[in-house]
Structures are given as C-alpha cells and as structure tokens.
Design a protein around this ligand. Sequence first.
Ligand SMILES: [Zn+2]
Length: 339
Amino acid sequence: MSEVRICSRCVLPATFPNISFDEYGVCSLCSRPEAAHQTQFENRQRREFEEVVETNRGRFVYDAVCCYSGGKDSTYMLKMMVGDLGLNVLAFTLDNGFITDQSKENIVRVVDILEVDHFFFKPARTFMTRMYREAVFGDLNQSRGNYITRISDVCLSCISVVNTCAARLALTHRIPMIFAGFTPGQIPRAVIKNNHRFYRETFRQHGQHWQSRLGTQVGRYLDLPDDSFEIYQMSPYLVFEKSEAFILAEIRELGWLHPERLDGCTSNCALNAVGNLCHEKKYGFHPYALELSKLVRKGLLSREEALHKLTLQVDEPALLGSLQQLGVSRCEIDSLARR
Ligand SMILES: [Zn+2]
C-alpha cells in the first residue's frame, strides 16, 4: 500500500471511492468548503441531544443502555453518562469471542468503579463464527446497503448484532435511550428516534437471505418484536467532541489499561485486524481511513497519529490466532478478490 498517494492534509488514499486531489495534494474532502449551515446543524443537534436526555431521565428503572465494548471511546462515554449526564445506566457488552483478557479486566474494573449494572452477552460461538465467515467471503454487506467507506464487512456484521441486542434489552426493560460510541464518520445524526424499527424492517427485507446463509436462529440476533415503545439512539461523540488524548487521560483515572497485540484502530477486539485486512484486500483502502480523516479535519487527532493507527499492524501470531478461531487460513485471506 505504500506507493498509494495519500492526501497531504488528512489520511485518505487515492484508492478511496470518488476521491480526487488538487495540485497541492489535498483531497477533495479536505478542500470541500465547510457548508454554511454546518454550525447551525451542529448546534441544533446538541440542543436536541440535551433535550432528549432531560426529558427521559428518571422515567423508568434505567435511563439508558450503554453499548459498552470496553474500548477507549465507550469507556469514556460510560464515565460521561454517569458523571456528566447523571444517568442511571445499564451497561451491556456483546462478547463476540474476540475481546481480549485485558479488555475484559478493564470492563469489570470500570463498571465496578462507576457502580454501574452490567452484563456480558455471549451469542453461540457457532453462529458468530458462521456470520464472520460470511462477512469475510460472502455478500452479507451487499444485502445491508453500501457501507464500504465507513466500516469493514466483519465489523458491520458484529455491530448489527450489538445494535439489535441493545434494542431488545431496551424494549425488555423499558429503557428509553441507547448510547453508542459512534464517531462523526460512522453515523449521520446524534439523535435517531426509533432506530430499532429500521432494524426490524431490515430483517423483514433480508431475513430470508440471512436465514439461508446463517441458519434459522438468525432471528435471535438480528430480529426484533413489533413494539410501540419509543427509543432514542444517542451518539454523544457527535455533539461532545473530545480529543483522543483527553479521552485516554480521563479513562486512565479509572484504571483502564490499553490492551496489547491489537491493530491501531481498536482498543478491545482481536478480530478487528482481520476485518481491516479483508477490507483492504476487497476494496483497496483501510476501513478506518474515512473516520480518522474526519477526526484529523476536526483537529481531534493529528495526521501523524492517524497515519500511525492506519499502519500499525497486529503481530502475525496474534492475527493467525484470530484466523484459526474463525477456521480461515491466511492464504484464503490473501487470495480475496478485489471487488
Ligand atoms: Zn484530505
């Protein structure tokens, strides 16, 4: 990948879809003028976010589900939910089978210190393995819309299970808000009302296809009941912009330790490196390039740090361990065809 041209201001490569460069080597996303209404839009989003929090605090046993992966962003988000927003939180971790031991220790320590109710949910390994293999080799992504600029097929499949399980939890316990650590490159709006109905509709459209690929139990992980209860999907990182340095300093106070032997774009999941590798093979660019380029443009991450994250590879034995767990050989990954 080293010979691929990279924007001189952010980190987007020439292989990114529909990109172009000016004579100074600046990409078309960086040179695009900031839309005049952008500031108004952001202010409106912040007001809406705060209103939804105020309106829904204290209505039920829990105010919000926290999708808590144990990574740095969701750890700080949980701290912010409890400390700054004063919410009564039920934290939820999907154990996808690839969360490192250090990450699990971080999770247990943080929820204890913050005095938050929490549980791990670990879907059956056979299902998760089948789903990840389909994400690597199959066409799950095509049936879920065109997300290739934002997320790897492997991560998308996992996030879909997280979103559905979080929504089921919120419906079961009547919890009106779900917080997730999405960053500006990953989700369009800070508050989305009744996103769970969109998941349900998506399952109505693609459920049969997924059943044929993933087995009949797929509904357990990707379908939701018809329920009129209203839930707000909340993405605080779209309205409270925090630099990575700030987040790391804040969570260090909770005893959070950075897990080792991971790629540069995750702080909890050993499968992420596999998703990145497959994405680069299939689409020709790194799945975190867009997200990191947005953080660079917003001044929340330096270009050097972003480049470091994109190029930091997990060591080969760790990568092979994850592949072995999936029953996929390195050779099969290397021969993935460019889409
Ligand atoms: Zn750029």
